[in-house]
Design a protein around this ligand. Structure first.
Ligand code: ATP
Length: 360
C-alpha cells in the first residue's frame, strides 16, 4: 500500500513528520505493508522546480493508493504563471476528489462548547460558490465595472447526486440519519436542484432517515442541539462554514480532521491552514492531521477490502483520543505546553502498548 506524503508549508513539515511517525509505528505493529514516500512541494520546490506542485509530484500523488497532504501557504505563492500553483485545489481537481468529509466530535479531556456531539459534514468539493472551481475557463468572479462585482455559483445534478450518495453511504454505517442543508427559500433554482437530486438518491437508502434545514437555522441549531445531527450533506460554501463552526464547538482547528475523497483517490488533509504564526517552533498540534490519516486508512480499508487497515484506523483514532484525554499532552492551542514531538511520542507509545489489533 503506497502512501505519498506531501509536507506542505510552515507547520506542514512538522505535523506531517508527526503523522508519519505514528503511521510507521502502526505499520510495524500491524504489519500493514505500507510504503511511505515523501515528496517535497510547496515553497520548498518553488526555486528548484519553478513550481509549488511539480508535475512529477502530482504524478506520484495520482499513482499512490492514498495521499497525506500538509497545509500550504498559498498567500505566499507567486501568481500561477510564475509557478504558484495552489496544491490543495489542484490536487482536488486532478484526482476528482468530490467529497470533503469533515467529522466533528467531542473528546474526553478536551474543552468543548458543545456537549455530546458526533457528526460529519459531507461537503461538495468541486463547484458551488468557489470561483476557482466553477468555470471551464476563467474565474467564477468578475468585475464588469469598478463599483460592481459578480460571482457565479454552479450547482449540477451529477455533483449533487454523488455527494448525496457519499453522505447516505456514510450514514448507513453510522446512525442512519442525513440532514440536507440549503437555502432554497432564497436560492430557489440552484438549491432547488440540490434538493431534487438528494431526494432522488435518498430513495436508494430506505433505512436512512432524511430531513432538511435552512443553512441559517442550521448555524444556530448546531450550537443549541448538536447532538441531534449525524451526517450533514451540503454544497461547498455552506459546508466550509458549518464544518468550521462544528470544529470550533468541539475543540478547535487543531483537532479538525478531513478527508478529500473521490471514486479512486483519497487525500488526508487537516481543515486548518499552515499557521505561519507558530511555524518552526515545534508547538503545532498534529492531532488533526493524525485523525485525517486515520480517515484515510479507513477509506483504504473499504476500497481495497483490507479489514486490517480499518483496525489500524481505529487504533490510531483511539490512541489520539487517549493522548488527548490527558491534559499534560495538550499543545498550546488546547491550553497546554506540550510540543508536537511530545504529542507524537505519546500517540506512538499508546499504539505500541495497546492490545488492540494484537490478534487481527
Ligand atoms: P487558511 O486560510 O490557509 O485555511 P487560516 O487563515 O484559516 O488558514 P490557519 O493557518 O488555519 O488560518 O490558522 C488560524 C489560527 O489557528 C492561527 O492562529 C494558527 O496558529 C492556529 N492553528 C491552525 N492550525 C493549528 C495547529 N495544527 N496547531 C496549533 N494551532 C493551529
Amino acid at each position: 500500500m503506497h502512501i505519498a506524503i506531501l509536507p506542505g508549508d510552515d507547520i506542514g513539515p512538522e505535523i506531517t513528520a508527526a503523522a508519519r511517525q505514528v503511521l510507521e509505528v502502526l505499520d510495524e505493529k500491524l504489519a500493514l505493508g505500507l510504503r511511505l514516500e515523501q515528496h517535497p512541494m510547496g515553497l520548498a520546490t518553488l526555486d528548484s522546480h519553478a513550481s509549488t506542485l511539480p508535475r512529477e509530484v502530482l504524478d506520484e500523488a495520482r499513482a499512490a493508493d492514498g495521499v497525506i497532504l500538509g497545509p500550504v501557504s498559498t498567500y505566499d505563492y507567486p501568481p500561477v504563471e510564475q509557478g504558484g500553483i495552489n496544491p490543495s485545489a489542484h490536487i482536488r481537481i486532478a484526482l476528482d476528489l468530490f467529497a470533503n468529509i469533515r467529522p466533528s466530535r467531542t473528546r474526553a479531556g478536551v474543552h468543548y462548547v458543545a456537549e455530546d456531539m458526533d457528526l460529519v459534514v459531507v461537503r461538495e468539493n468541486t463547484e458551488g460558490f468557489y470561483a476557482d472551481r466553477n468555470m471551464l475557463d476563467g474565474s467564477g468572479e468578475f468585475q464588469p465595472s469598478p463599483d460592481m462585482a459578480l460571482a457565479i455559483r454552479k450547482i449540477s445534478a451529477g455533483a449533487c447526486q454523488r455527494i448525496a450518495r457519499a453522505a447516505f453511504e456514510l450514514a448507513s454505517r453510522r446512525d442512519k440519519h442525513v440532514t440536507m442543508v440549503h437555502k432554497a427559500n432564497v436560492l430557489k433554482v440552484t438549491d432547488g436542484l440540490f434538493i431534487r437530486e438528494v431526494v432522488k438518491v435518498a430513495d436508494e437508502f430506505p433505512d436512512v432517515r432524511l430531513d432538511e434545514m435552512l443553512v441559517d437555522a442550521m448555524a444556530a441549531r448546531l450550537i443549541r442541539e448538536p447532538r441531534i445531527f449525524d451526517v450533514i450533506v451540503t454544497s461547498n460554501m455552506y459546508g466550509d462554514i458549518l464544518s468550521d463552526e462544528a470544529a470550533a464547538l468541539c475543540g478547535g482547528l487543531g483537532l479538525a480532521s478531513a478527508l478529500n475523497a473521490g471514486e479512486r483517490h483519497a487525500v488526508a488533509q487537516a481543515v486548518h491552514g499552515s499557521a505561519p504564526d507558530i511555524a518552526g517552533r515545534g508547538i503545532a498540534n498534529p492531532a488533526a492531521l493524525m485523525l485525517s490519516t486515520a480517515m484515510l486508512l479507513d477509506w483504504l480499508a473499504s476500497r481495497h477490502d483490507r479489514p486490517i487497515l480499518a483496525v489500524a484506523a481505529d487504533l490510531l483514532e483511539g490512541s489520539v483520543n487517549a493522548t488527548l484525554a490527558n491534559p499534560a499532552n495538550h499543545p498550546p492551542d488546547l491550553g497546554g505546553k506540550a510540543t508536537t514531538q511530545h504529542f507524537a511520542a505519546a500517540v506512538a507509545e499508546h499504539i505500541q502498548s495497546s492490545s488492540q489489533g494484537d490478534h487481527a
